[in-house]
Design a binder for this molecule. Sequence first.
Ligand SMILES: Cc1cc2nc3c(=O)[nH]c(=O)nc-3n(C[C@H](O)[C@H](O)[C@H](O)COP(=O)(O)O)c2cc1C
Length: 317
Amino acid sequence: MLKSRVCEAIGIRYPIFQGGMAWVSDGKLAAAVSNAGGLGIISAMNADENYVRGQIQLCRSLTDKPFGVNIMLMSPHVEAVAKLVVEEKVPVVTTGAGLPGKYMPAWIEAGIKVVPVVPSVAIARRVERSGATAVIAEGTESGGHIGELTTMALVPQVVDAVSIPVLAAGGIADGRGMAAAFMLGAEGVQCGTRFLSAYECGIHENYKQKVIAARDIDTQVTGRKLGHPVRALRNPFVNKFAEMERDPNVSEEELSAFGTGAVRKAAVDGDLQGGSFLAGQIAALVKKEQSAKEIVDDLMRETEEILSKAAERVFES
Ligand SMILES: Cc1cc2nc3c(=O)[nH]c(=O)nc-3n(C[C@H](O)[C@H](O)[C@H](O)COP(=O)(O)O)c2cc1C
């Protein structure tokens, strides 16, 4: 069986995280992934502490396995949620959209394992110095908020720069991607897009079908003008946003106001015109709905098969 320091450090069977996903990964999806042997992660997104507490309780009612909470450092409720995870003794915290350094001493003292998402070597080094248990090196192929470097380029550079385990994220949706991540030196993976089609994922059916129908070239990045690039599936909302971004007469405030609430419209209402359907470049590999357990089992089986036959594939006998 595939062995990894990530499993030992986090106390999970398989080195697979289901990434925190705003308006997508709630306590139910997280519990399903954790029960399947991976690490399910609840998204705290921009929600207040009462919502997050409710999702933690829901998750705990469905699993006794470790799970995580993803804290968006740009959230207006970040201070309250940062305290809540300590009170609730959440096993793992992942962070996105910023530097978690100021919160880390309290989390670590509470016994929480902190695994920040990083877009660069410098940030990986910084969070290692602050006591991170592991880091998630996330490439620009990912769905949601993205950095500049690709997974292929970022992961080995982060692996060389830190001594804590590295998980690879961005563009990984099957055993080929997961095996490749291990070849780059990663000791685990974080998948987001692949879990959008899980039965336990409560997003609107329109969202799931849009992911399942997606082709390789169907995602687009918008939001660079605001300093927060985001990858989503092309639709009228994304086209309009891109058009407004190119228009010098549209202010940043107008652009920001146009985008507000669009992720919710996609996930909750299934609004095909006005929603922002966040998804990664790998969406075209997601072909059907499956349970979280089937997804985790497929990933592990395929990865182990590929890695155990890797030499046969490339060397002549
Ligand atoms: C719908 C969606 C929402 C996301 N929201 C967040 C978020 O709130 N916080 C975060 O750190 N990452 C977020 N991500 C990134 C994922 O946690 C994960 O790292 C990424 O999806 C991995 O790349 P992949 O989509 O190619 O699998 C989101 C991704 C998706 C697809």
